[in-house]
Design a protein around this ligand. Structure first.
Ligand code: NAD
Length: 466
């Protein structure tokens, strides 16, 4: 059995206390993770602070180190992916894809640079604009894509010249700690520290006086706590929070043609994706056909243990989330919803059947809250303006999509959605060349490309008089 350790100041570090990590496919504890002490938290942040001045100096050295880091992750991808499946639940091929995608993200970030801009250059003087790193960045991550979300944050912060203390979710700490083992010698000591522990460790990290920026991904509620904690010290924040994405399906689609894409837009990672389709508004003329196509697909893909090759969809990640999804379904049923297919646990660990639900309304919790699980409520509409208004009537604003062969009309509708990313005839597609972030309660700030880099830096104007 692997002995998991923290990464502090370049050293793999054991702890006195530990906490249990559960395999969601069985509901059984399968490993212990190190619980970082307050003193170790202090050492981690202190070493990041110490490493910062040197690390911030040479962009080319940082780029080379990030490339080494990506290689190290690729080399250990099999081991990391297996542990990711065991602790998160997703099928092994998806876990492998996540780990490999993380290495690509790091390579992409390594090639991002915002060079000095000269704003004015005259006989009188010169005005330069520099992008300066903050210092120590606290990166805090959720349990749905533990490796890729962490590596996206870390790579962006590091290439911009910051140093990082990374804290994964207590439900999925092990794959991140294995990344720490893999990249230990790729980076100078202290540049990236990885600490694991329960939620209060995250809270302690957000109020640490040496942390200058918090890059957080998680739920809206925790995001608000992070923002409050940051405000006392005016730490900068990037918040990537929850969503309740609507898909609006126009009357001119062929239900059979779009059903598979819609299905995976909702059920990828068993619905545990911030930008999954979490409610669908379908024109009444095609509603019965689309419901029946989606129900067929929900029955077709096996839900089970991610280690089993036949499994297409893993379990819900943890007991609390399993109970939340179960209770949202029960609540909807009590309020008159109809279960077209699914609607119950699989009986194995935290497995839950892929569920298609109809006869729902906008007031039901399953529709107006983020279910974050394998359940898709399908609503009908007759008037498109009404559907758009209903889709926008929420505090969430992460993503949304419009489905129609008429691209011009669909794009017009997409632009009316109040969200950070609006797709046409697809959902979930993220590109490293486009910014990603939420509007309203779904977040503050952006990740990816130059927008991510800008978020990891602050501006400095150097104004020279000749
Ligand atoms: P969560 O908010 O419960 O936890 C996220 C992280 O915050 C964990 O590491 C946790 O230990 C830590 N934490 C808990 N309390 C804290 C506190 N007071 N201060 C600092 N850190 C604290 O979220 P979760 O259940 O792990 O993840 C699911 C949520 O994440 C969903 O709402 C989902 O939509 C969202 N999410 C958003 C994005 C995005 O990019 N917008 C991506 C993935 C997930």
């Amino acid at each position: 059995m692997n002995h998991y350790r923290l990464l502090i100041n370049g050293k793999l570090t054991s702890t006195t206390d530990s906490f249990a990590v559960v395999n969601p496919a069985s509901g059984e504890v399968f490993a212990q993770a190190p619980e970082c002490s307050e003193q170790q938290l202090d050492q981690a942040v202190g070493s990041a602070q110490q490493a910062f001045p040197q690390w911030g100096q040479d962009h080319n050295k940082r780029k080379a180190a990030l490339m080494d880091m990506a290689n190290a992750i690729q080399q250990q991808s099999k081991k990391i992916a297996e542990v990711l499946t065991l602790e998160q639940g997703k099928p092994l091929k998806h876990a492998t894809r996540e780990v490999m995608a993380s290495a690509l993200q790091i390579q992409f970030a390594a090639n991002t640079e915002l060079p000095l801009e000269v704003l004015q250059d005259t006989d009188d003087g010169r005005i330069e604009l520099h992008h300066k790193p903050y210092g120590v960045v606290a990166a805090i991550t959720p349990w749905n894509f533990p490796v890729s979300i962490a590596m996206g944050k870390v790579a962006t912060a590091l290439i911009a010249g910051n140093t990082v203390v990374l804290k994964p979710s207590p439900y999925t700490p092990l794959s991140t700690l294995l990344v720490g083992e893999a990249i230990q010698s790729a980076l100078p000591p202290g540049v990236l520290n990885i600490i694991s522990g329960s939620d209060p460790l995250g809270a302690c990290l957000t109020i640490h006086p040496l942390v200058r920026k918090i890059d957080f991904t998680g739920s809206v509620n925790t995001g608000k706590q992070v923002a409050r904690a940051a405000s006392d010290d005016l730490k900068r924040v990037t918040l990537e929070l929850g969503g309740n994405d609507a898909a609006i399906v126009l009357e001119d689609v062929q239900p059979k043609e779009i059903a598979n894409k819609l299905f995976w837009g909702a059920f990828t990672n068993s619905g545990q994706v911030c930008i999954a389709i979490k409610r669908a508004y379908v024109h009444e003329s095609i509603y019965p056909q689309l419901v029946s196509e989606l129900s067929l697909l929900a029955k077709k893909y096996p839900v089970g243990d991610g280690m089993n090759e036949q499994t297409a969809l893993g379990p819900i990640n943890n007991q609390a989330q399993f109970e939340r999804v179960s209770s949202l379904v029960e609540d909807a049923k009590q309020h008159g919803a109809k279960i077209e297919t699914g609607g119950a646990p699989t009986g194995q660990g935290f497995g839950y059947q892929s569920t298609i639900m109809t006869e729902v309304n906008d007031e039901m919790s399953i529709v107006c809250e983020e279910q974050f699980g394998p359940v898709l409520p399908i609503l009908t509409y007759t008037d498109l303006d009404d559907a758009i208004a209903r889709a926008n009537h929420t505090h969430f604003g992460l993503g949304g999509s419009v489905w129609s062969p008429n691209l011009e009309r669909a794009s017009d509708v997409a632009r009316r959605l109040q969200c950070g990313t609006a797709w046409v005839n697809q959902h979930l597609a993220l590109s490293p060349v486009a910014p990603f972030g939420g509007s309203k309660w779904s977040g503050i700030g952006y990740i990816n490309g130059r927008w991510g880099y800008e978020g990891a830096t602050e501006l400095q104007v150097v104004n020279i008089k000749r």
